[in-house]
Design a protein around this ligand. Structure first.
Ligand code: GAR
Length: 210
């Protein structure tokens, strides 16, 4: 079974969807560790309730972003994780620290990338008058929300939508999308190295997992 670690900063509903998929027998993975930059993150409690080891690193305890990120990824490496999933992790990870993980780290982002990298994606889609919105799962690279997209979920923006309703409705789609991508990886139908022909900021290709 694929060993998976998850990073999350918030309530953890995407993590919950992953755990539920595993419990339903749809996801042949082991969640080996859940980490957060926020001790109060709901995701940590969800993980504890599911018997998954957790840790928190407080960014304020580190002299620089870089030191924090190296420690963070060191912890994940030590857990034996083969795949790292960012499920609502709200920090940018230093490119150097990320290097050994490129091709084995994915993120879920609430927009139809390449539209709306960064924050406030729902508001920006509404303000732009877009007819549709969505979420993307993509490989994480040093470029913020800029790595190759693996899969997307789309929904139509309704006339009465506001930021809140749109975010809520999209979340339901995220909860399908992220487990579906993980299932592809766990089944060996999606390589854990970046797709051929995709430049990943000049970083070397990772060896595919056995
Ligand atoms: C999700 O909507 C996820 O797409 C988004 O944060 C939310 C986390 O919800 N991620 C980002 O914005 C990453 N930049 P959750 O904690 O309930 O899973």
């Amino acid at each position: 079974r694929l060993r998976v670690a998850v990073l999350a900063s918030g309530r953890g509903s995407n993590l919950q969807a992953l755990i539920a998929a595993r419990d339903a027998g749809r996801l042949p993975v082991d969640f080996v560790l859940v980490g957060s930059d926020k001790a109060s993150a709901g995701a940590l409690q969800l993980a504890r309730d599911a018997g998954i080891p957790t840790f928190t690193l407080d960014p304020k305890a580190y002299a620089s972003r870089r030191e924090f990120d190296f420690e963070l990824l060191h912890r994940l490496d030590a857990s034996g994780a083969q795949l790292l999933v960012l499920a609502g992790f709200m920090r940018i990870i230093d490119g150097e620290a990320l290097r050994p993980w490129v091709g084995r780290i994915i993120n879920i982002h609430p927009s139809l990338l390449p539209k709306y990298r960064g924050l406030h994606t729902h508001r920006r889609a509404l303000e732009a008058g877009d007819a549709e919105h969505g979420a993307s799962v993509h490989y994480v690279t040093a470029e913020l929300d800029g790595g190759p997209v693996i899969a997307q979920a789309r929904l139509a923006i309704q006339p009465g939508d506001d930021e809140h309703s749109l975010a809520e409705r999209l979340l339901g789609h995220e909860h399908q999308l992220l487990p579906a991508v993980l299932q592809l990886i766990a089944d060996g139908r999606l390589a854990l190295s970046p797709p051929d022909g995709v430049a990943l900021d000049g970083l070397p290709r990772q060896q595919p997992l056995q």
